[in-house]
Write a protein that binds this ligand. Structure first.
Ligand code: SF4
Length: 357
């Protein structure tokens, strides 16, 4: 299926372009309070290692805002300040960060928004309008009685139009709800009335399993319909998992080709190796590789090599011995105890060779 992406304007966050013809980027959010600079920077480094392209940091107070320069000086990806309620936090954060996210539902009086717009305009950084079903403006709740997709889209469109009226267009928009239908419908409505780039996500999606499923359905549907310029998968988990799931969604739709794609058989009565452990270990130990490579872990040789012929490289369990294969052809037999390390070493070499081409 060919995915025709919606034509959107482009904004630039640090060195990452969002919208237009830019690749759909994957972002995440840190967990520690930013005043714990060491823990925040360490988490951002883990996210960078996993491929995260933009990181958002909550700025709940002035102490957090004051810590931003120290954090920014130690990281390599653009940083976005997440602001609720207090516009003064946005003003302080805007001195440092690459983008500021505000929520039109809780930032308050319009003059406060214009102050934030002045601050981001002075530094030439974009604003993210982050509409959330949990904090819609009072007049929209009065009009729709409770949060709906229409109310979310209207909130985003109102904010966009009001900002355009004061000459500001350097923005992207998100319309988040934890209800998949509501979020998807809101993005759909907005996308048909505006060409600003969209940050897509299902908020408070849940644990790794439920959150990944909800996000795959919601974001997957939007992406298949060409909607979405950057994404965050929200999980109640280590944010590295958010990045992994985000890339898996994009890779499944062939919208991004990054890193290792692990193909693992479901196993059956013929299985000769611990496929589940090995596949998980592979994903962890090869998470730093950016070169797209298909790597197979197959339980046995009966169907193994044939089933793995689409893979660049892979292993299959033999009788007491492991089989290493490349492009569907037997490469060599490897003692079981060395199978994992051998595969990882071979993948590292293959990735370097492919990168050099
Ligand atoms: Fe079963 Fe072997 Fe196929 Fe895995 S590769 S599902 S172990 S037949």
């Amino acid at each position: 299926m060919f995915i025709r992406r919606r034509k959107t304007r482009q904004v630039t966050v640090g060195n990452v372009r969002i919208g237009g013809d830019a690749a759909i980027s994957v972002q995440s959010m840190t967990i520690p309070h930013p005043s714990d600079v060491t823990a925040t920077v360490e988490q951002i480094h883990q996210l960078e290692q996993a491929g995260c392209e933009l990181v958002r940091v909550a700025v709940p107070d002035m102490e957090a805002a004051a810590a931003l320069p120290k954090i920014k000086s130690q990281i390599h990806i653009p940083i976005i300040a997440d602001i609720h309620f207090d516009y003064r936090l946005a003003l302080k954060a805007a001195e440092t960060v690459d983008c500021v996210r505000i929520n039109p539902g809780n930032i308050g009086a319009w003059w406060k928004v214009t102050e934030v717009v002045k601050a981001v305009s002075d530094r030439g950084i974009p604003l993210r309008i982050g509409v959330n079903a949990g904090s819609l403006e009072r007049h929209l709740l009065d009009k729709y009685r409770y949060p709906t997709a229409e109310a979310l889209a209207e909130s985003g469109l109102n904010a966009v139009h009001a900002l355009e009226d004061i000459g500001f267009t350097n923005m992207k928009v998100s319309l988040k709800a934890s209800d998949v239908h509501m979020a998807v419908d809101a993005y759909w409505i907005f996308a048909h009335q505006s060409d600003y780039p969209l940050h897509i996500g299902i908020t408070e999606a849940g644990t790794v399993l439920t959150g990944a499923v909800k996000s795959s359905i919601g974001l997957g549907w939007l992406l298949m319909n060409g909607i979405g310029d950057t994404l965050r998968v929200s999980l109640a988990a280590d944010p590295v998992e958010e990045v992994r799931v985000g890339f898996e969604i994009l890779k499944s739709l062939e919208l991004r080709h990054r890193g290792i794609n692990v193909i693992a058989c479901p196993t059956c009565g013929r299985v000769e190796i611990d496929v589940v452990r090995m596949a998980n270990e592979l994903e962890k130990r090869l998470g730093h590789i950016k070169t797209p490579l298909n790597v197979s872990v197959l339980g046995c040789v009966v169907n193994g090599i044939g089933e793995g012929k689409e893979a660049d490289i892979g292993i299959a369990g033999g009788e007491g011995v492991g089989i290493l294969f490349k492009k569907g052809k037997l490469d060599r037999k490897v003692p079981m105890a060395d199978l994992m390390d051998t595969l990882i070493a071979e993948v590292e070499v293959m990735a370097k060779e492919k990168e050099a081409q």
